[in-house]
Design a protein around this ligand. Structure first.
Ligand code: NCN
Ligand code: DMD
Length: 356
């Protein structure tokens, strides 16, 4: 682990990661060999079952019940004209999540996953939404074009919000964690974080986000370049990067992935912003990404770059670019199918089918 900060709010990051279970992995691979199909004929569905077996320490893996936490927060940089949408959409979408009308609400219902919304720092939250978990680190971040996005204490609070969400999932008996995010302006934050950590140019990581036109993307790229000039030197490691350039929901996702890896809870990663949060977690503590599966490749162009840096090969490529955890949720039935096939198919011996 990197020596990041002596703030006591980061002490939990010193706990070791859970080990993968080699015996369960071997047993699952052996079982796959005995199922009534030519070896390897279920392709990546076989590998998914075996990887989940290694993570869950069981020859018979299972992703149900699955748990989804959507972290919402606002971004000071939204005031610099970097999004196609106004900032108040963040608070309005939180209400939409709470009322069950967002894409992630529909997918969670469809696949039988639990869904919670965590307010990590929406600027002007709408009143009277009892089902929203309040874990606010502030009233949105400060604009990182003028100074650091957040204080050390706020970073610790936001990461703890993610840690606690992973712990709620674990305590509820969930077998898979999906982290989603909502925050107008957060593709700018994610782009500049990735530039700083990967030492890449803004042009490689800046894209349209919610739907900027060409001129808008050029403005956004200039903003990212300015932020890198201002903070780049102090943002080569995840602590400094999140402090200066982060969002509260991105820090929360980073904390959630770290805690999942400590607990031994597999995580299914969503799109561009979620993958940048995982990049922060992996740079903070090496090995976190071994606890992750990747749901999809977002249409946001920087996502492919971040996935390559993580060595990840996602399951779906549907041209989605919504966020909220929706790309991961779209891949959940593939994981359910991988487990059902692994656990439910007959072996050659059971079915009386001749082997090669
Ligand atoms: O997950 C993705 O790959 C993704 C790509 C583009 C946009 N988004 C979502 O759109 C919002 C951020 O876009 P923007 O243009 O305001 O930076 C935020 O709420 C994200 O959930 C998400
Ligand atoms: C409507 C809307 C829904 C979203 N969900 C995640 N990001 C979003 C951004 C917008 C603009």
């Amino acid at each position: 682990m990197q020596a990041a900060s002596h703030h006591p709010g980061f002490a939990w990051l010193n706990q070791s990661l859970a080990p993968l279970n080699a015996a369960a992995e071997y047993a699952a691979r052996e079982r796959q060999r005995q199922l009534t199909k030519p070896p390897g004929s279920l392709g990546r569905l076989e590998d998914l079952a075996v990887r989940l077996a290694a993570m869950q320490g069981s020859e018979r893996p299972c992703v149900d019940p699955a748990w989804i936490s959507v972290f919402a927060a606002d971004h000071g940089v939204a005031a610099s004209g970097v999004s196609a949408y106004p900032q108040e959409v963040t608070a309005q979408m939180v209400a939409n999540f709470a009322h069950g009308g967002a894409a992630i609400s529909v997918l969670a219902r469809l696949w039988g996953a639990s869904l919670e919304v965590v307010d990590v720092g929406v600027a002007r939250p709408l009143p009277g939404l009892p089902s929203v978990v309040a874990a606010r680190a502030g009233e949105g971040t400060a604009n990182f074009l003028a100074g650091a996005a957040m204080t050390e204490a706020q970073l610790a609070l936001a990461m703890a919000a993610g840690r606690e969400a992973a712990e709620r999932a674990w305590r509820a008996g969930s077998r898979l964690f999906i982290g989603g995010e909502m925050g107008i302006g957060n593709t700018t934050s994610a782009s500049v974080l990735a530039c700083a950590l990967l030492k890449l140019d803004a042009a490689v990581l800046v894209g349209p986000g919610t739907g900027l036109d060409q001129a808008g993307v050029a403005r956004k790229r200039e903003a990212v370049e300015r932020a890198l000039r201002l903070h780049g030197e102090d943002a080569g490691q995840p602590h400094g990067a999140l402090l200066r350039l982060g969002g509260f929901e991105i820090a929360a996702l980073c904390g959630a992935y770290l805690r999942c890896a400590q607990l031994g809870l597999p995580a299914l990663v969503d799109g561009f912003i979620a993958s940048v949060a995982l990049l922060c977690a992996e740079r903070w503590v090496e090995g976190v990404s071994a606890w992750c599966l990747f749901g999809h490749r977002s249409k946001e162009p920087g996502h492919a770059v971040v996935l390559a840096a993580l060595g990840a090969d996602p399951l779906l490529d549907l041209g989605m670019r919504l966020g909220e955890g929706s790309g991961a949720a779209a891949a959940l039935p593939l994981l359910q199918a991988a487990c059902a096939l692994h656990n439910g198919m007959a072996t050659f011996a059971e079915a009386g089918v001749a082997e090669a």
